[in-house]
Design a protein around this ligand. Structure first.
Ligand code: NAP
Ligand code: MG
Length: 494
């Protein structure tokens, strides 16, 4: 590998990383230190302090107090917007370093990091333009049954102090997708990144202070799941916004039932991708392959179940297998790498076990399933054909580069197959028949339907899940409103 890491990135990795609380770098009161591992080399690349109860409490108190004092929420919207825009500019100035840290921490290829991070910086700009567009409705002359007259209106207010818990599969983007609308709405935040990828959260926090986001408004604590649990229980918070597994999402819902904190959940998926026999296979084959293999399958909306219409099944599945064999798996800094490593040893073990399960269940392995290079947590893109809907590889989220494909004959059959899941996040349709596309898009129970492409995100377009894939939406105006409370004011007129 010829790539040379920037000096400033090496310097950043060597720092003693601690927590950003109330505008200061704060050490833990315990002595727990976590090794940060580069999944492409299995080497320890950095060390971070882990938060315990003291740090969680301090960070939540700081968010609470900054919110209650109104130092951010009561700032003029144009000033808040300017600071957010400046924050985006500062992140952009450091983008080369942020990309390197994302590749070292998560393993994703440079080109993938560049794309995701570029999108996320623009999400900040999108929400910075929304700060002064929070308007309610006006209900003049409401007359009640007993002939009283009222003038009424609705308004929106920030929900308060928000706990934000994010996963490791897109550390920079999953941070920004929540924090940008929360800050634009006037909320104060405490963010806990995943222990597998804590590093970019610290750069984001540092640039936020430089941009002028007041101390206490954006706090970042580095911790494991136990710190997440403490955050959820903390009575200084009004809302939890969580991205992660459905299992942890359910625990959070249970915990929040005690004080009815507001909850937004972006959870797991087992998203269907459908290729109809009228599709352009030059688009559908790479499209369906990258729907699952992008970011090594570690994508919540990965198109992990593929349904191919029976008369093109052999051609399409062979095309996808051949395409996947040419995807270079390796270190994200190698220019020709398309698939980086899996995040950790445990994720690697889990994906390998699912391949064994698929084989035992009698699925037809067409390509992959193996590991060529064990210097990192690499896994070859794997295609299973003739998968039966009751097999575990067709039902359970693997979160790795493993595709479960089968054939179908009719539209009704494939709609039933696509919806036969506890999840409902993404979905893909490849077809040139506009009527069929509309018909199937209407009938699929998923928050997102991509047609003749897969997985693009845009700040204006809401993203989120049906069923056990989550509650609420991110991005767009709906993503903004999840950080607002609505108030109705009703004035009795004489
Ligand atoms: P995870 O185990 O649920 O962890 C997510 C976050 O929650 C991490 O920060 C984790 O901390 C923390 N956490 C763990 N236990 C907790 C608890 N009891 N209370 C509060 N927080 C807790 O998920 P993951 O393995 O990191 O990520 C993979 C999952 O995320 C997949 O299921 C994927 O589909 C889903 N995901 C969904 C979306 C979406 O937008 N819908 C996007 C990305 C990923 P530690 O990691 O430090 O233990
Ligand atoms: Mg790591």
């Amino acid at each position: 590998m010829s790539y040379k890491i920037l000096d400033k990135t090496n310097k950043f990795l060597k720092k003693n990383h601690n927590h950003m609380i109330n505008g200061n770098w704060q050490n833990s009161s315990n002595d727990r230190i976590l090794d940060v591992i580069n999944p492409a080399t299995k080497e320890v690349v950095s060390k971070v302090q882990l938060a315990g109860k003291d740090e969680v409490d301090l960070a939540c108190k700081s968010a609470r107090e900054s919110f209650d004092k109104g130092i951010w929420k009561d700032m003029t919207p144009s000033n808040r917007g300017k600071i957010l825009w400046k924050w985006a500019d500062l992140l952009e100035e450091r983008i080369d370093q942020i990309i390197e840290v994302e590749v070292i921490d998560n393993g994703m290829p440079v080109i993938v990091a560049k794309t995701f991070i570029g999108w996320a910086i623009d999400w900040i700009r999108y929400y910075s333009g929304m700060v002064d567009k929070v308007t309610g409705d006006n209900f003049s002359n409401v007359i009640s049954g007993d002939n009283q007259r009222f003038h009424s209106y609705t308004s929106y207010e920030p929900v308060g102090a928000v706990g934000i818990i994010i996963p490791w599969n897109g550390p920079f983007g999953t941070f920004i997708i929540k924090v940008a609308p929360a800050l634009a709405a006037g909320c104060s935040c405490v963010v806990k990144p995943a222990e597998d990828t804590p590093l970019n959260a610290l750069i984001i926090a540092e640039t936020a202070i430089e941009a002028g986001i007041p101390p206490g408004v954006l706090n970042v604590i580095i911790g494991d799941g136990s710190a997440g649990e403490l955050l959820v229980k903390n009575s200084n918070l009004d809302k939890i916004s969580f991205t992660g597994s459905t299992e942890v999402g359910k625990k959070i819902v249970n915990q929040c039932s005690n004080d009815l904190k507001r909850v937004t959940l972006e959870l797991g998926g087992k998203s269907p991708c459908i290729i109809f026999n009228d599709a352009n296979l030059d688009i559908a084959i790479p499209g369906a392959a990258m729907a699952i293999f992008s970011n090594s399958g570690q994508v919540c909306f990965a198109g992990s179940r593929l349904f191919i219409q029976e008369d093109i099944y052999d051609e399409a599945i062979r095309g996808i297998a051949d395409f996947s064999k040419n995807l270079k798996v390796g270190n994200g800094f190698d220019e020709d790498t398309v698939l980086g490593p899996l995040i950790s040893n445990s994720q690697h073990k889990k994906v390998s076990e699912y391949v064994d399960i698929g084989l035992k269940e009698g699925a037809d392995i067409i390509s992959g399933g193996s590991v060529d290079d064990d210097s990192g947590f690499f896994f070859n893109p794997t295609v299973f054909g003739k998968v039966n809907k009751d097999m575990r590889i067709a039902k359970e989220e693997i979160f790795g580069p493993v595709l479960a494909a089968c054939s179908f004959s009719s539209v009704d059959e494939v709609v039933n197959l696509a919806n036969d899941t506890r999840y409902g996040l993404g979905s893909g349709i490849f077809s040139n028949d506009i009527n069929k596309v509309h018909n199937v898009a209407n009938r699929i129970k998923a928050g997102n339907v991509w047609v003749n492409h897969y997985g693009g995100m845009h700040p204006t377009l809401p993203f989120g899940g049906y069923k056990e894939s989550g509650w609420g939406r991110e991005l767009g105006i709906d993503g903004f409103k999840t950080y607002l409370e609505q108030k109705t004011v009703s004035i009795k007129l004489d």
